[in-house]
Design a protein around this ligand. Structure first.
Ligand SMILES: *[C@@H]1O[C@H](CO)[C@@H](O)[C@H](O)[C@H]1NC(C)=O
Ligand SMILES: *[C@@H]1O[C@H](CO)[C@@H](O)[C@H](O)[C@H]1NC(C)=O
Length: 238
């Protein structure tokens, strides 16, 4: 088992959520976790705008030299986005205090729990994202906290995010949203190839033959699709 790994190799695989667009290898992982998971939602001054879809950001994380810096940057971005719930899953058996402190300081509602990647499973955050989705399904009502809509986004902690991604794009996703991502797969930008208002392909350097050449950071999916699909976390490995 490798002790050190990177989630950054996102271009090695791609993820598509949703029941209707599955092909190739589809793998479904159900996982269980006996520990109790806390939900932090009692933030008195947090205004709930129930008309606003909740953005649910799922972030797997793990110990590495740049981790606290990465998470700080991401926290500074996310804390400026209203109506956002952050699920952070630590690839370890224990939570890390310094990580939790960063989360508390955001004043965002969040859940942080540890789940160690099981042996033989790729250490790229897949297991943690799966657990996060299980948690999301388990605790949907608590997380939604009175809202009836949500959008799920897989945001790794080593990316930089423009706030407008959340406020103007993710928030408005009705089913599946796709957008361009910078500096991935050996290209300055990976994007959709849109001709006359229709997506005709993907402008990517790395493995352009992929049917859905989309980086992890390049899509968000409506919560209903996550909840109505039997699939928890699906990946297509090329
Ligand atoms: C989800 O719920 C099941 C059944 O109550 C429980 O065994 C499991 O630990 C929960 N998992 C998460 C990640 O919340
Ligand atoms: C785009 O649509 C216009 C008007 O329908 C058409 O004239 C043009 O050929 C189309 N372009 C392409 C690349 O399909």
């Amino acid at each position: 088992m490798r002790a050190f790994h990177r989630y950054g190799k996102r271009h090695l695989f791609k993820i598509i959520l949703g029941s209707s667009m599955m092909l190739a290898f589809v793998t479904l992982f159900m996982v269980s976790n006996s520990g109790s998971i806390e939900i932090f939602y009692d933030i008195p001054f947090m205004k709930v705008d129930s008309a606003n879809p909740l953005i649910i950001v799922i972030t797997p994380t793990y110990r590495r030299p740049t981790r606290l810096a990465d998470l700080t940057r991401m926290a500074n971005t996310l804390q400026q986005v209203p109506d956002l719930y952050w699920i952070v899953v630590e690839d370890a058996t224990e939570k890390v205090k310094l990580v939790e402190r960063i989360l508390i300081r955001t004043r965002l509602p969040y859940t942080y729990f540890p789940v160690k990647t099981i042996p033989g499973y790729p250490k790229r955050g897949w297991y943690q994202r799966t657990e996060a989705l299980t948690f999301l399904r388990n605790e949907t009502q608590l997380i939604l906290n009175g809202r009836n809509k949500g959008v799920v986004y897989f945001g790794d902690d080593d990316n930089s995010y423009d706030i407008r991604l959340f406020t103007e794009y993710i928030r408005n996703v009705k089913k599946l949203g796709l957008w361009a991502v910078g500096m991935v797969g050996g290209a300055p930008v990976e994007s959709l190839n849109v001709v006359n208002g229709s997506v005709v392909g993907f402008k990517v350097k790395w493995n352009p033959k992929r049917k859905f050449a989309v980086d992890m950071a390049g899509f968000a999916v409506h919560l209903d699709i996550v909840l109505n699909s039997k699939l928890i976390y699906i990946y297509i490995y090329i």
